[in-house]
Design a protein around this ligand. Structure first.
Ligand code: CJB
Length: 839
């Protein structure tokens, strides 16, 4: 269009689309403008929430300008892009982060305060975007922040759920779930693209024909279809003009489809079908590290991957390149097996619709995709029943069987006559009914497979993907240790510490180059600096104490040692072991004389995290924690020596308060079960020490910060199988201290003991799969070391500083660079501030 316009028109557009200025007055005007027009409110008649809405809308204007500029310049440059496919993006709040990343927090705060509001209160009015369960979803959010900050051309693709992860309330000590209808007051952080509407088919049958050259052609005729509508979420980088995008899809009924039923005279059915269509993106499945196998979940996966691929291919087609160039323009990262259908869908589109040969198409597919595995837990492995799959996606099933056949033929060629091997490696599990193993499909369809920490990447090569390593060779299987964004997890969550670091290092370059934190090491011996450091920790503890008072109605002293375990509740994460130790500690204190008590280190033990609604044992752990808290917190014999709290509804914004306030945090999974963990990194980055097992990223944290600054206990990953074997077959007695604790529960010290029988059975009848008894003695010892170390506050402060100073490796910037260089083969492109928007 622009080319056809006369020069004056083009100039007029350029002049009128000059970007908003960012001075105080312009910003205040824009806030008030949104108050009086967008919100239609009187300027003075406002509460914190409407102030938040107006500030959010004003911030969003600036985000969208950057977004537009970035996407316009990228369209012209047309570089290779990466697409990060994730069913979860656990973003949390956006406003504070957007303002900090764009460098506008100061001026906005000033503007807001002058308008009569407190910026903190305004920020806290925002509800979290909680479109994720835990680590996997938050990792995707951290990676989006780093990709934007490092100027990588990257888009995320996900689903726009109407309901995020449920809200947790504690009633009578039990978890109860409430729907998280987060869109109630509209979402200023998204841009609806109602014009981008993609038809997605389901069901039906496959038509097979011969084309004019005698080649067999397959044509999928779906029985029905829904529309995918795009919602764009801008992701601003820190200290750059670059602004990336997360495109989230929402399902809507297709009008054409409605009319078919309608024309058949079945009005009610057509409305009913329309409701079914909307259901697809209604709710995030609340399972973490487990697979539920629900049909609607499979629909979600196909809906999302098909819409995303359609969009990606449409963008590629604009460049008029050959299909063989596709992998040079497009990298697609599969965040776990959830988007594995994208492999099949791309093969289908290339073969059935673009008429490529099977082999040419498959070459393109496998050069495009790479796959991240996040867990080795068997209950988390995605499998889909073949009959259900065939009913929803008949053509895709044929393609999967073909992929499998061609793959197994090659395996047979390389390792002849090994039927056991073919059985183990097959994408199809021969069960009743047959099951599709999504992890196998993801490995076969990708050019790189990665684990998320060194130990985990090693383990997957030895266990679930062992045969595949033998077949493909080592090079296909790589490690990409997880990382976290220092912008949210230090700069935003811990502003005082961030300011102290910047002041100490003389600049804020560490925010983009985290290894600069090493410079703090020099300050360890400086008593004045340690005093400042410790004072900030204390302020953060006061802030958490206030949250605990509000949410749990328990008073805790910020002078006690704050001991924190916040993460999803799961047997492998062993919150159970933690609370059993708390009981042990309680019993020990109770048995002490007053003189002995005087030397006990006071502790506040904080728990937080959600259990999957159907995870009975995990929910009993929550109940036990709350029952122990009820008894301990009101026991005058204990007083301030021990407090126990369960903070309800743990989420990203609560984490931002909890993480900076820890003295010690617990990362105590049975060795070999936690793929990486990322909250461990957040705590240590904020100068909190950790107590942990030799599992996941704990091992690499230990390597970076040194063994004097971390409390390690428990068995090693390669000892686990022998220990399990011994417990099963050799009548190993339960650890005596643990036995004492269990007896106390069984005597009814903490509510009716009958409640806990199924939980206790996991240690006895269940043969203690997660090895709580085997690790208990060393866990007690490690806790004693923590107490002893904390007594020397000066030494503790030194450890704390050394922790932060040596966490450079765990920036998600490092992780994302490794992916970009070694897997995606993409380069950064910096966005130039042209001062106006491209017409
Ligand atoms: N993870 O959060 C999930 N959900 C799953 O279903 C499987 C794994 C977690 O992913 C994180 C990011 O890689 C890891 O740090 C964590 O160990 C793992 O449990």
């Amino acid at each position: 269009e622009k080319a056809k316009w006369p020069k004056e028109t083009v100039q007029l557009w350029e002049q009128l689309s000059k970007k908003e200025a960012n001075d105080l007055h312009t910003i205040q005007k824009s806030i008030v403008h949104h108050v009086t027009t967008t919100l239609a409110r009187a300027a003075y008649n406002m509460d914190n929430f409407s102030a938040y809405q107006a500030v959010a809308l004003s911030t969003r204007d600036r985000l969208i300008s950057r977004w537009n500029e970035t996407q316009g310049q990228l369209s012209k440059a047309d570089p290779k892009r990466v697409y990060y496919l994730s069913l979860e993006f656990l973003l949390g709040r956006s406003m504070d982060n957007a303002l900090l990343n764009m460098g506008l927090k100061g001026v906005y705060s000033q503007g807001v305060e002058q308008l009569g509001f407190n910026m903190e209160d305004v920020i806290e009015s925002e509800v979290d975007a909680a479109l994720g369960n835990g680590g996997l979803g938050r990792l995707a959010a951290c990676y989006m922040d780093s990709l934007a900050t490092l100027d990588y051309p990257a888009w995320g693709y996900g689903l726009r759920y109407n309901y995020g992860i449920f809200q947790q309330r504690i009633v009578d000590g039990y978890q109860t779930e409430y729907p998280d209808y987060w869109l109630n007051f509209d979402n200023p952080w998204e841009l609806p693209r109602l014009d981008i509407s993609i038809p997605i088919g389901f069901g039906g049958h496959v038509q097979t024909t011969q084309d004019e050259y005698g080649v067999t052609r397959h044509n999928w005729i779906p029985a029905n279809s829904v529309q995918a509508i795009a919602y764009d979420v801008p992701i601003p980088g820190y200290g750059t003009e670059n602004c990336n995008n997360i495109r989230l899809w929402r399902s809507k009924p297709t009008r054409v489809f409605d009319l078919t039923s309608f024309n058949e005279g079945n009005y009610e059915k057509s409305v009913e079908d329309a409701t079914q269509a909307e259901k697809i993106t209604s709710v995030l499945y609340p399972n973490d590290n487990t697979m539920a196998g629900k049909e609607l979940r499979l629909k979600q996966q196909y809906f999302w991957t098909a819409a995303s691929l359609y969009d990606i291919m449409r963008r590629f087609k604009k460049s008029m390149r050959e299909w063989s160039d596709f992998p040079d323009q497009v990298a697609i990262q599969l965040n776990d097996t959830h988007p594995t259908l994208a492999i099949v869908e791309l093969q289908r589109l290339l073969v059935d619709e673009e008429m490529l040969s099977w082999d040419d198409a498959w070459d393109i597919v496998t050069r495009t995709f790479a796959f991240t595995n996040h867990t080795v837990l068997p209950e988390a492995m995605e499998k889909w029943s073949v009959p259900m799959f065939e009913y929803l996606l008949p053509r895709h099933l044929q393609i999967i069987f073909d992929i499998n056949l061609f793959f197994l033929q090659k395996v047979e060629k390389k390792f002849p006559n090994d039927r056991g091997l073919l059985n183990r490696m097959s994408i199809i599990e021969e069960a009743q009914p047959q099951q599709i193993r999504m992890a196998h499909l993801a490995v076969v369809g990708s050019h790189k497979v990665n684990g998320v920490a060194a130990l985990h990447s090693d383990l997957i090569k030895k266990t679930i993907f062992h045969d595949f390593v033998d077949y493909y060779g080592e090079e296909k299987f790589v490690n990409k240790t997880n990382g976290i964004t220092p912008r949210r997890w230090l700069h935003q969550a811990n502003p005082q510490l961030s300011a102290l670091i910047t002041e100490t290092l003389g600049n804020d370059r560490w925010l983009k180059e985290l290894s600069q934190l090493r410079g703090l090491d020099k300050k360890v011996e400086n008593a004045e600096f340690r005093k400042k450091w410790t004072a900030i920790k204390r302020l953060n503890k006061v802030r958490l104490a206030e949250l605990i008072k509000t949410r749990c109605d328990v008073e805790v002293s910020p002078d006690a040692l704050f001991d924190i375990q916040v993460k999803r509740i799961h047997e492998y994460k062993r919150q159970f072991m933690n609370i059993l130790y708390v009981i042990h500690r309680y019993r020990t204190i109770k048995s002490m004389t007053a003189a002995q008590k005087a030397s006990v280190q006071p502790r506040v033990v904080v728990f937080g995290g959600k259990a999957a609604p159907g995870y009975y044992i995990a929910k009993l752990v929550i109940k036990l924690i709350n029952s122990v808290a009820a008894v301990v917190n009101q026991d005058p014999a204990v007083g301030d020596l021990l407090k126990v709290v369960f903070v309800p509804d743990y989420n990203v914004s609560v984490a931002e308060i909890i993480v900076p306030a820890s003295d010690i945090s617990q990362h105590i999974s049975t060795a070999g079960t936690e793929a990486s963990g990322t909250s461990n990194m957040k705590f240590v980055l904020n100068g909190g020490l950790i107590i942990g097992t030799m599992d996941g990223a704990n091992i690499e944290i230990l390597e970076e910060i040194g063994e004097d600054n971390i409390f390690i206990f428990g068995c090693l990953a390669d000892e686990v199988e022998d220990l399990r074997h011994a417990q099963r077959y050799r009548n190993v007695p339960m650890d005596p201290a643990l036995q004492g604790v269990i007896s106390a529960i069984e005597r009814g010290t903490f509510d009716d003991p009958k409640i806990y029988q199924p939980l206790i059975s996991t240690l006895t009848v269940g043969k203690d799969f997660y090895l709580i008894s085997a690790d208990f003695a060393s866990y007690i010892a490690a806790n004693q070391q923590v107490d002893a170390a904390y007594k020397d506050q000066e030494e503790w402060a030194k450890k704390s500083i050394r922790c932060t100073a040596n966490m450079g490796k765990f920036s998600s910037d490092r992780a994302v660079k490794e992916y970009a260089d070694q897997i995606w083969n993409i380069k950064p492109i910096s966005v130039v501030d042209e001062g106006y928007l491209q017409a």
